[in-house]
Structure formats: structure tokens, C-alpha cells
Design a protein around this ligand. Structure first.
Ligand code: WT7
Length: 655
């Protein structure tokens, strides 16, 4: 626990304004405490009530929580529903004309689609999937740009009970291949290309490359949405154009009613081994989590224009782009491009143009926009905003203050939402009409979420001390298993020491008010620009290069990205002879990692040594590498080191 240092010196407190409290869905701390109490007194009853209130069930459930096969929990198991029905059909009678999605393309072109038309398009595409023989339980990989079609593809899978696995468009052919094979997907939905910052980036070519890597015979369909009219190779055996597939399809499609535990999707994320984990989510519990948090944390109102900037390739884009906002019947913005193009005012212009009320983005985006134009928001009319959100990594108090004052004009509460791919929805986050905010803290657990900080033995640590963040009771939206690897699920999240609590992999401390302050990952996972990357994954990519004998990857604090990636590499031959050679090699290896995993995983810096610092038993001493990467004086005990001389070599920075 020695590396967990608490940083509890932030004393500013921001109370929600009286106006905000008055209109909030949950007003005041008493309401919050009452909900917490209800959950405490009758845990299952509390969740059952929520599930009945928020979800439209085709067959009502009679069992709420089954813990008999813990940690393989089952929620609402005998209930039947369809997630797409809950997101679309339920709004058809009441608000068919309401805009569901305002899509803004990279080039600024805006397309709006209302609930009636979105429903029709989802149905048509669902029928198209069925015409390709895709059915309930089949896995479908989605590798698409941010678009209405990406949401349609996900919703259509949900409609027919197919399990989607969205792969972020920035991942390489190899990463895509690994995910297609692991999930044994029978179809891939993609686009010819994606547009980002004025550039055309191929997607279909990457899919072709992935399929050519072998072991993908099970893929019978590659459905291609034409986005950029770019040239693509065509394999008539399995390739089919999106527009041709839907052309003759009926605009209605009876939803497939599935059990609440039927997997809605798999989403791969990094852990502490080289192989990404396929996080498997349920239908009922997951949907409940997204709907509840839309109402509680985002204080959703029918008049809102909601904008979550996350890509659908990440869990945030699942819960708060593809599902949550539609399930509550909202209007949301979906954006194809990047925040810095054509200039760093893009987000602010879009908030102005679309009259966005609720804006949800990542600290890394906020920090880069401060750097590129801290005054820019002042040039736009941001008066439509009423609530701001942050997600993906701790937000530093300076960035929080800027967001609060310059973007929110001190009118808008900021919801700093702590959660993970595995939790499906917010876990620790402010209820904006109730909680006083402290910059840098995600505040208190949502009602019914029993979060705590514990030591290695699983015992509670007292406030103002660091500990492992755990969630002590099962909750509806949580991960059900790791696809194809239940043992790894148990080992990663429910190790024996934690005595049944869910181990999040973060460290945190609580202040005197019980507020949580997240300090970062305690496993070998980095958060680089909010993206989750396993150091082992990057290491295995490096050692797969024929030049590399050994590699160790660590994180280093970075002003904008949160963390930067530093790789220490031992070559098979000798160390590069001079700086020029080292630079050239470093570039080669950076590109190699970009090609193997994806550009987001490229190391920011690579250092070469004749060896790595190891204990006599051969274990790499990462603590030392982290210190070296930060240019810190090494104060740790190095007496157990096999080869202390190596430290000097690794301190050398290539200029
Ligand atoms: C990890 C999960 C949450 C959806 C997007 C990321 C870090 C996330 C916060 C926050 C401090 C945060 C944690 C967590 N994290 N939100 N508000 N404050 N840290 O999902 O890729 O699964 O990453 O992101 O370290 O474990 P993810």
C-alpha cells in the first residue's frame, strides 16, 4: 500500500445552485440518503422496484437476484425483454417525431433522425442481418466510424438477440483479428472508410487484412456501409453493401424477446496480461444501469440535448451514446470528427449550434483544449449548457476549475463519473441536485452501490487512507463473465482475499465526508488519454518484433494525456551505437506497436539498455523503471538488484 498516497488537500466545495436543486430529478442530500437507506434495508427489493419502474418487460421477472453461483450473479433472470424495444418502440406512440440523433459529420454536415425513422432503420437493418442467417446468440463484430449507422448496427443486433462486439476504429488489423477470433464472430459490420479531421482513413481494408490472417472461416458476412466512397477490394463470397442489404427490407421487425441475462454485448478491454478481456454484459441489468444513471447522474429531462463525445468503440459510447440516451427517449448529438479540427473551438461551436444542455467528455480532451485555446469557449454562446460531465480518468482540480468557470460559467454542476467497462454504468458519481462538489473527487457511490476502500486482506481502511477500491455487493449492470474465460473473470475481479467483493483495480481514498478520490490503477493497466492499455499488451507487441529481445513498459504522468507510455527495450543485437541510430530504431518500434495494436498504444518514448533492472530471481523491477521514466532520483533500495549498473544506462534520454 506504500505507493498509495492520498492527495486530500483540495478544500474547495461547490454547492448546487438553488435553481438546479429545484428542478433536479433527485433533490438534496436527504433524498439521496433515503434511497441509500432503501437499498440497505431491502437490497433485492430496492433493485426490483427500480427494474420494474424503468424497464418495459415482455415477461415480468419473479426472481430478482440469484447469488447461488457467485460470483456469477444473475439478475431478473426469468424476466424477458428486448433492449432495442426499450430504446425505440416504447417511444413510438408518445414521441415519434422527436429527434433521436443529431449527427454532425467530420465536415460539419448535420443529419437529424427522429424516433420513427430510427426505429424503421433499425428494423430494416435487423431484417438484413436475419437475411444473412444471423440469429440470436451469434456474435457480430462492429468496426465502424461514429455515425447513425453505428448506432443502428448495435441496436439491430440487440433487436435480434445477436451479441455485438464493437472494436474501436483506431485498432489495427491484428487487434481486430484477435477479437474476431476470440468471439468467433460470424459477421463484421464496417464502413469503406472513416473521416477524421479531414482525413480519410480506411476501415474495410483493415477488415480484409484481419480476415486474411486466418482462422476466420466462421465469418460469413462483411457488411460495408459506404461512408467515403473510397475504393475497396471486394470479395463477393461474403462482402455486401449496407445500402444493398437494407434496400428491400421491411421497416418493421418483431423484436427477439430474450431473458434478462442474455448477453447484450462483449467489449474487449485491457487487463494485466497480454490478452484483452472480452467483458460480457447482460441485457436487463445493463439496460437498467444506463437508464438509472441517465436520470440520476445526468438529471435527464425530455427537453435536454445530450452530448457524450465518446466513440462507440468504448463502453462510454455504448452506455451513453448507443443505449442510455435512447432508452430514456432523449435527443443526443453524435459526432464523427475530432475536437481539434478544423480548430480547437469545434466542441464549443457544436454546443452552440445544437443548443447542447448536457455535455460529457474526458479530462484529456479538456486539458488539450485548455492548452490549444483556453479562451476559445468565450467566443461561443454556451448558455444552453446546464450540466457538465467528466469520465475516464481522474480530473485534476485545475482542469475541473477551468471546465467549471470557462465552459460552465459557474452555473453548471460537473458530474465526475467513476466507472469502468466492467461496471457498465456510473458507480461513484454526484447526483448533481444533491451533492456538494469537490474538484477532483467523484464524490459518493450511487444509491445501492456499496463501494468501499480496503487493504490487501480485504478489511476496510479508515477514511483519509488509501486502499483498493471494491464494490461489496453485486449490482445489476456489472460484468457477467469474461467471454470464454470464466476462470479469469473470477481471478481478476473476485480474488479470495476480497471475500466476495468486486475488485475494481483502482486505488482510492475517502475524505472526512466519505468522498472518494480515485488515485489510479493498481494493476499493470495504463490510462493514456483516457484509453485503457495493458503494459503487457504493449510489451508483447514489442517482443514480437524480430529486433527485440526484451521489453518493459511503464507509465509516466503526462500533462495532457494523463499518462504517457515509456518502453525500455533490450535488443537482440547490441545497443544502438549512437543517438541517431537509437532515434531511428525507436521510430521503427513505435510504428511497429502502432501497427500491432493501434496508434493509441505507440510508446511516447523508447529507451535502450543492455539489460533491464532485475532482482536476482529475474523479476523486472518496475518500480525502478517508473522512477527512471519520470527522471526521479532513485531512493528505493537497489540492493536486491542483480545488475545495478544498468540503471545509469537506462537514465539516458535520447534527444
Ligand atoms: C478505468 C476504467 C468509465 C468509462 C470509460 C473508461 C479510470 C474512469 C474515472 C473517474 C478517475 C476514472 C479508472 C477505471 N476512470 N473514470 N471519473 N475518475 N478515474 O472505462 O476504459 O474500462 O477504464 O478508468 O482507472 O478503473 P475503462
Amino acid at each position: 500500500m506504500s505507493n498509495i498516497e492520498s492527495v486530500l488537500n483540495e478544500t474547495r466545495v461547490f454547492n448546487p445552485s438553488a435553481d438546479f436543486v429545484k428542478q433536479a430529478n433527485i433533490s438534496g442530500m436527504d433524498r439521496y440518503r433515503a434511497l441509500c437507506k432503501a437499498a440497505e434495508q431491502d437490497y433485492a427489493g430496492y433493485w426490483a422496484n427500480q427494474a420494474r419502474e424503468h424497464i418495459l418487460w415482455h415477461t415480468p421477472f419473479t426472481k430478482t437476484l440469484d447469488e447461488s453461483k457467485a460470483p456469477f450473479y444473475k439478475w431478473f433472470e426469468d424476466g424477458e425483454l428486448n433492449v432495442s424495444y426499450n430504446c425505440l418502440d416504447r417511444h413510438l406512440a408518445t414521441q415519434p417525431e422527436k429527434t433521436a440523433i443529431i449527427f454532425e459529420a467530420d465536415d460539419g454536415k448535420v443529419t437529424k433522425i427522429n424516433y420513427r425513422d430510427l426505429h424503421a432503420r433499425v428494423c430494416q437493418f435487423a431484417n438484413g442481418l436475419k437475411s444473412r442467417g444471423i440469429k440470436k446468440g451469434d456474435r457480430v463484430v462492429i468496426y465502424m466510424p461514429m455515425s447513425i449507422e453505428a448506432v443502428v448496427a448495435m441496436q439491430a443486433c440487440a433487436r435480434i438477440g445477436a451479441i455485438h462486439s464493437v472494436v474501436f476504429g483506431g485498432f489495427s488489423a491484428q487487434s481486430l483479428h484477435e477479437r474476431i477470433v476470440d468471439a468467433q464472430a460470424c459477421a463484421v459490420i464496417t464502413a469503406d472508410a472513416q473521416m477524421r479531421g479531414g482525413k480519410v482513413m480506411p476501415l474495410k481494408t483493415v477488415v480484409d487484412e484481419a480476415l486474411a490472417m486466418g482462422g476466420c472461416d466462421i465469418v460469413k458476412s462483411v457488411i460495408v456501409y459506404q461512408r467515403a466512397k473510397s475504393d475497396v477490394a471486394w470479395n463477393a463470397q461474403h462482402d455486401v453493401w449496407w445500402h444493398e442489404l437494407v434496400a428491400e427490407q421491411a421497416p418493421t421487425c418483431e423484436p427477439e424477446w430474450v431473458g434478462a441475462e442474455h448477453p447484450l454485448f462483449i467489449l474487449y478491454t485491457s487487463g494485466s496480461t497480454g490478452k484483452p478481456k472480452g467483458v460480457q454484459h447482460s441485457s436487463g441489468g445493463y439496460l437498467l444501469g444506463t437508464m438509472l444513471t441517465m436520470r440520476w447522474v445526468f438529471d435527464y429531462k425530455p427537453t435536454d440535448i445530450f452530448w457524450c463525445t465518446a466513440d462507440v468503440g468504448w463502453v462510454t459510447g455504448h452506455s451513453y451514446v448507443a443505449y442510455g440516451p435512447l432508452a430514456v427517449g432523449g435527443t443526443e448529438v453524435v459526432f464523427e470528427g475530432i475536437p481539434t479540427w478544423p480548430d480547437a473551438g469545434r466542441f464549443w461551436k457544436m454546443i452552440q449550434d445544437h443548443r447542447v444542455t448536457t455535455f460529457y467528455t474526458a479530462p484529456t480532451a479538456i486539458r488539450s483544449l485548455i492548452k490549444l485555446g483556453g479562451e476559445l469557449p468565450k467566443q461561443y454562446d454556451l448558455s444552453s449548457l446546464r450540466l457538465l460531465g467528466s469520465v475516464g480518468e481522474p480530473i485534476n482540480p485545475e482542469a475541473w476549475m477551468w471546465y467549471y468557470t470557462v465552459v460552465g460559467k459557474e452555473r453548471c454542476p460537473i458530474v465526475d463519473t467513476w466507472w469502468q467497462t466492467e461496471t457498465g454504468c456510473h458507480m461513484i458519481a454526484p447526483l448533481p441536485g444533491a451533492m456538494p462538489l469537490k474538484p477532483g473527487s467523484c464524490t459518493l457511490p450511487l444509491p445501492g452501490i456499496i463501494a468501499a476502500t480496503v487493504n490487501e486482506a480485504g478489511d476496510d481502511v479508515s477514511d483519509q487512507h488509501g486502499g483498493f477500491l471494491v464494490i461489496k455487493r453485486p449490482f445489476p449492470s456489472q460484468i457477467r463473465t469474461i467471454w470464454g474465460d470464466p476462470e479469469r473473470y473470477k481471478k481478476s475481479y473476485f480474488p479470495d482475499e476480497m471475500r466476495g467483493a468486486y475488485l475494481a483495480g483502482d486505488s482510492a481514498s475517502r475524505d472526512k465526508d466519505g468522498y472518494f478520490w480515485i488515485m489510479g490503477r493498481v494493476d499493470d493497466v495504463l490510462k493514456v488519454s483516457g484509453h485503457r492499455l495493458g503494459t503487457m499488451e504493449i510489451e508483447s507487441a514489442l517482443v514480437a518484433n524480430p529486433l527485440v529481445a526484451e521489453a518493459a513498459v511503464v507509465g509516466r504522468p503526462h500533462d495532457i494525456k494523463g499518462e504517457a507510455i515509456v518502453a525500455f527495450v533490450v535488443l537482440k543485437g547490441s545497443r544502438p551505437a549512437d543517438a541517431a541510430k537509437a532515434k531511428e530504431l525507436a521510430e521503427t518500434l513505435r510504428n511497429w506497436v502502432g501497427k500491432t495494436i493501434g496508434p493509441i498504444a505507440k510508446p511516447d518514448e523508447i529507451r535502450f539498455g543492455d539489460n533491464l533492472p532485475k532482482t536476482r530471481s529475474g523479476k523486472i523491477m518496475r518500480r525502478l523503471l517508473r522512477a527512471i521514466a519520470q527522471g526521479l532520483e532513485i531512493t528505493q533500495d537497489v540492493s536486491t538488484l542483480e545488475n545495478p549498473a544498468i540503471l545509469e544506462q537506462l537514465k539516458e534520454v535520447i534527444k
